[in-house]
Ligand binder design. Structure first.
Ligand code: CTP
Ligand code: CA
Length: 232
């Protein structure tokens, strides 16, 4: 397609994208988190803006520059991220959950720095489950076209397909994070997109290793095609 039609691909579309890790406080100086760099979510925001979309990027703690023309909302915990998403999503046409949301958080947050004790060599933290942001969005009365990610180290296809169904997604991007060459902190990625066609048949598309901006653009181009064909 020529540059004009590519640029118009996401015109009049509002995309809400989550990115990066979340941080779950243990006490005022400590937290639980993960190794997400935020690069894939920021690449999606960059690509979407370049394709003409209005983009709201809801980012957990990550040291990345805000993509030009993108509205960025910084959050810390999963609960903060959910609140920001629920504020932004009523006007969204497409929601992409790319954040590595912490599945659990400490059940209580100590108000003072926890002290080690002379008596105890073991410390147990009680964790409780965080809300599932992606599933909350896809279960709204009028959900946007909802896209999830599945970061897996094994049985990638099977786990991704079950998340596609369980979270009622329009599409899922399955990411093999067992290799350190792709995913997480890398500048390149590879993934397989899964979705159901109008007959309910499972379909997939492999996106081979490429830089994250190229992967992001391909993902968005495919999402638009699917969204239009399904008449979402
Ligand atoms: N996700 C979310 N909120 C959570 C957990 C996950 O929105 N509390 C989203 C992620 O942003 C991603 C998708 O759900 O788009 C799948 O995340 P993943 O961690 O792969 O799956 P989980 O459902 O958390 O299951 P598990 O970690 O056990 O594989
Ligand atoms: Ca998880």
């Amino acid at each position: 397609a020529d540059k004009q039609s590519v640029a118009a691909l996401l015109a009049n579309q509002h995309l809400v994208i989550t990115a990066g890790p979340t941080r779950e406080a243990i006490d005022p100086v400590r937290y639980l988190s993960n190794h997400s760099s935020g690069k894939m979510g920021f690449a999606l925001a960059t690509a979407a803006q370049q394709l003409g979309a209005t983009v709201t990027l809801i980012a957990g703690p990550c040291q990345l520059p805000t993509p030009v023309g993108v509205t960025r909302i910084d959050v810390t915990s999963a609960e903060d991220m959910l609140a920001a998403v629920l504020t932004a999503v009523p006007s969204a046409d497409i929601f992409i959950g790319c954040a590595a949301v912490a599945d659990y958080r400490p059940a209580t947050v100590a108000s003072h720095k926890m002290k080690k004790t002379a008596e105890q060599d073991e410390l147990a933290l009680t964790l409780i489950k965080n809300p599932d942001i992606l599933a909350t969005v896809s279960n709204l009365t009028k959900p946007p076209f909802t896209i999830g990610f599945a970061a897996e180290t094994n049985d990638v296809a099977r786990y991704a397909q079950s998340k596609l169904v369980r979270k009622k997604l329009a599409m899922i991007a399955a990411n093999d994070v067992s290799s350190s060459a792709i995913g997480f902190n890398s500048d390149v990625n590879a993934m397989t997109l899964y979705w159901h066609d109008q007959q309910g048949q499972l379909k997939h598309l492999d996106l081979p290793v490429a830089d994250k901006l190229s992967i992001a653009t391909q993902l968005l181009q495919h999402a638009v095609k699917l969204k239009n064909s399904h008449d979402f």
